[in-house]
Design a binder for this molecule. Structure first.
Ligand SMILES: [Zn+2]
Length: 476
């Protein structure tokens, strides 16, 4: 069935089932709602919640204050976490209870940003040339602000939900570790976030040259495995160098790693992704996308070269991210070590990655040790109600833009929820230029129009998912 026919069918069913309208959808919400969303966004971005130097507690408290002002009762607002600086916020908007709750998740910590690395102050929301600039504008404070703004709006308009809508703004997604808000909530307050399924970051809209080409729905993700490559040596005086040098050995091993690529392959989700992309791509890559979706090595190879994002979709990647070594300017190094950060396809095991790294390094003086305990996460089954709501809202806002199920390269808190039995979908409806993703980098930004469209999109999606829908009847 064609995408257009399919969305018309979804539309018809939704009209019948929900009294939804397929023609009146707005691209953005009314001005007063946009202003509230922007104010909350600005407040969140300007709180320094850097993973290692900042605190998420002021973000949780700012959100709580907004919710109290909007009339949410104290008993429905929870602020707490693993550490006084790392608080999470959980708020509940009550529904009739006909359906189990939905959880709307966003993290409030950000990757560190140094003023000297940026063209502007990273902790000020600056609107310039059609973009919002600031650390966290994309990852993940837009979604955090939108969840809160929309929840306040649902309350204001007296929305009758058939399920509780829970928003959780959580700490320490970026670095994981002992204060991760989702892990802490699952362990200590599972009742607060227990839900039928969750919506989270991880799926956004892709545009190329200003044209929206797909609205991505994330159903699985790569997992992270970090390794330490280490060389030890007896060292000596630097005035009498010898051939066996820890730094040179490590450098040679890293050089071999830089020339290596894991095998290219697709899985169920990425094959579907490339198939959809082949339908909408008009450029020279169209043929290769179709070939790659059918497992052609040639096609995959050309895609991998074309963009880092496709490369990362097609294979496990490992890259050196930290270096240490030597102890004095005039001594031969006794230690040289590197951290290698791997983003592993869900079907590849940790053992396989470690064994492969050992083969690539090809030097028994270079040890390859796993750091921490990496754990792969399951994919979420594609729920018909989620797909229908996302497809409907996408068609209403951006006619003709397909919804594409994806596996993401980064890792999110969605994995912890999936492992805990709460299927989690990455969906934002916020569009980014596919070749200019600045999350974690300098001058992070998000298009102003994209922000307001994501705001309107998520408003609709959550409402649709919060009404009693005979799921079995929405088939496509
Ligand atoms: Zn994020």
């Amino acid at each position: 069935m064609s995408t257009t026919k399919k969305s018309h069918l979804v539309c018809l069913l939704l009209i019948l089932l929900l009294n939804a309208s397929c023609t009146s959808a707005q691209t953005t919400r009314p001005e007063a709602e946009k202003k509230l969303a922007r104010d909350i966004y600005k407040e969140f971005v300007e709180i320094q919640s850097g993973f290692s130097t900042g605190a998420t507690t002021p973000v949780a408290e700012a959100a709580a204050a907004r919710l109290r002002t909007a009339g949410f009762s104290e008993s429905d607002i929870f602020v707490g976490g693993a550490n006084p600086k790392k608080a999470n916020l959980v708020v509940r908007f009550h529904g009739t209870g006909a359906l189990k709750p939905i959880l709307l998740l966003a993290h409030t910590d950000v990757v560190e940003a140094k003023r000297e690395d940026w063209s502007m102050d990273p902790f000020q929301l600056i609107e310039r040339d059609g973009f919002f600039y600031g650390r966290g504008t994309g990852d993940d404070k837009a979604q955090a602000a939108i969840w809160i703004a929309n929840l306040i709006q649902y309350k204001k308009e007296g929305f009758k939900s058939d399920r509780d809508i829970i928003v959780a703004l959580t700490a320490d997604e970026e670095g994981g570790g002992p204060y991760n808000g989702v892990a802490w909530l699952l362990k200590n307050h599972r009742d607060l976030i227990n839900s039928e399924f969750a919506l989270n970051e991880g799926g956004w809209g892709e545009s190329v040259g200003g044209k929206r080409i797909s609205n991505d729905l994330q159903v699985s993700e790569k997992y992270v495995a970090n390794f330490r490559l280490e060389v030890r040596n007896k060292g000596g005086h630097s005035s009498m160098p010898v051939a066996d040098n820890a730094i040179y050995r490590l450098a040679a091993a890293l050089q071999r790693l830089s020339n290596f690529g894991f095998p290219l392959k697709t899985n169920e989700v990425t094959a579907a992704y490339f198939q959809e992309m082949a339908k909408i791509e008009t450029g020279p890559m169209k043929g290769d996308l179709a070939k790659a979706s059918k497992g052609s090595q040639e096609g995959m190879q050309r895609l991998a070269v074309a963009t880092p994002a496709w490369n990362a979709t097609l294979r496990t990647t490992c890259v050196a991210t930290l270096l240490e070594g030597g102890h004095a300017m005039n001594a031969l190094p006794q230690l040289a070590a590197a951290t290698v950060n791997c983003r592993v396809l869900p079907e590849d095991s940790v053992d396989y990655v470690q064994t492969t790294l050992q083969k690539v390094v090809a030097d028994d003086q270079v040890s390859v040790k796993i750091l921490g305990e990496p754990s792969p996460g399951p994919a979420s089954a594609l729920r018909p109600d989620v797909l229908a709501a996302v497809s409907h809202a996408t068609e209403a806002l951006w006619p003709g833009v397909p919804v594409v199920p994806i596996m993401v390269m980064g890792a999110t808190d969605g994995k912890a929820l999936r492992v805990a039995g709460i299927p989690t979908y990455g969906i934002q409806g916020i569009f980014f230029d596919r070749d200019d993703i600045r999350f974690h980098g300098r001058d992070e930004r998000l298009g102003v129009q994209s922000f307001y469209e994501g705001h309107a999109f998520l408003y609709e999606v959550v409402k649709m998912l919060s009404k009693t829908v005979p799921v079995a009847r929405i088939r496509h």
